[in-house]
Design a protein around this ligand. Sequence first.
Ligand code: LUB
Length: 215
Amino acid sequence: MNGKQSTRTLPAGQELKQERAIQTRAQVLTAAAELLSAKGYRNTSMQDVADRVGMTKGAVYFHFRSKEALAVAVVQHHYGQWPNVAENIRASGLGPLDTVEELLNRAATAFQKDPVMQAGARLQLERPLIDTELPQPYVDWTTLLTQLFAEAESAGELRPGVSPEAAARTVVGAFFGMQHISDTLTHRADLHGRWGETRDILFHSLRAGRSAEHA
Ligand code: LUB
């Protein structure tokens, strides 16, 4: 046995191949998200995805074994980045409540601009059409925000009597409804305005009042 040949290190050629496969998979996912966000699940075929990404249908199936698997991957991807984004914002020095606000500011931008976010939201609404289990909606965001609101409570930033879980559920519900209405009425053109209103009203009631205010 040769100790130098660890299982982690592939020969240079294979590593390159793997790297290329990861890139191709990401291109397929992006093309699928663009189609799914615009046309929905029923009206998007694997052939459409292949045409958009300039590959054969067989090559697309190599990366995703079914249209259902592709939908699951898009929805997973649309949740996947947010815990890291939250950590980065927190690490930049913002307090927990400011972190929630900034995180959702960025989510608002992403729902307006990023096909993966838009496709994820659309696919969640189309769950009954999709013949597989998608990730449960709302729970990831609720868990993430509950942690931040719990930190806010410990730091004395949360209005006394507000539970972190209730705050998280309320904010997720309001954000979800806000972006859905904005999508339905304006294709999300007014999303930043609507999010600004929702955010200011919600956080006014979530933040602990400054003690000097009542003096
Ligand atoms: C959110 C959507 C759209 C939460 O968590 C989810 O599943 C959501 C799509 O299903 O908004 C936004 C904080």
